[in-house]
Write a protein that binds this ligand. Sequence first.
Ligand code: HEC
Length: 159
Amino acid sequence: MRAFDKLMSKISLLSVFKYAILITAIGVSGCGEKQAEKPPPPPLKTESPPPLSLKEEVSPVIVTAKTRETYQWYCAQCHGIKGKGDGINAKFLTVPPRNHTKAEYLETRTDEQLFQAIKFGGLSVGRAPCMPAWGNTLSDSTIHELVRYIRELCQCEAL
Ligand code: HEC
């Protein structure tokens, strides 16, 4: 019996020791987890985008080197390298391409009309269909830039 008692106490001592280790391990890892469990960051104040109308107001249309390049690439063959309506293709058209340096006519047109003529073609503004529609080729912002560029060429604004 004594031998058995000794054995039992040894076993229980061992298991207590084991449990102690286990508990401290859980305790430590539990602590680690708690540290990793940071509270979520507070929501950023700048999350909601500004209203679209405001955005349009603050971003003015600017003529860049890219705008001029686009004009040379897509428009100059009819309207001419300098926009004088004397492009290489001009003499083959039944209606002469508009001279973009002439203020007299362009002053009578609003920016919206020019935009529409470029985007949807001459017919959309009651002009000749040999002015093609560029809406499938050029983005709205590029067309806005081209309108600005034409205003530079004619050195005029809509009256
Ligand atoms: C195939 C030849 C051709 C090309 C290419 C061309 N145009 Fe034209 N464009 C014309 C003709 C022709 C007119 C004149 C239409 C009229 O007077 O009835 C015209 C007229 C215009 C007008 C004046 C519209 C109005 O109210 O009379 C604008 C603005 C214009 N073009 C811009 C452009 C721009 C920008 C490009 C390049 C993205 C371009 N065009 C490319 C032929 C062309």
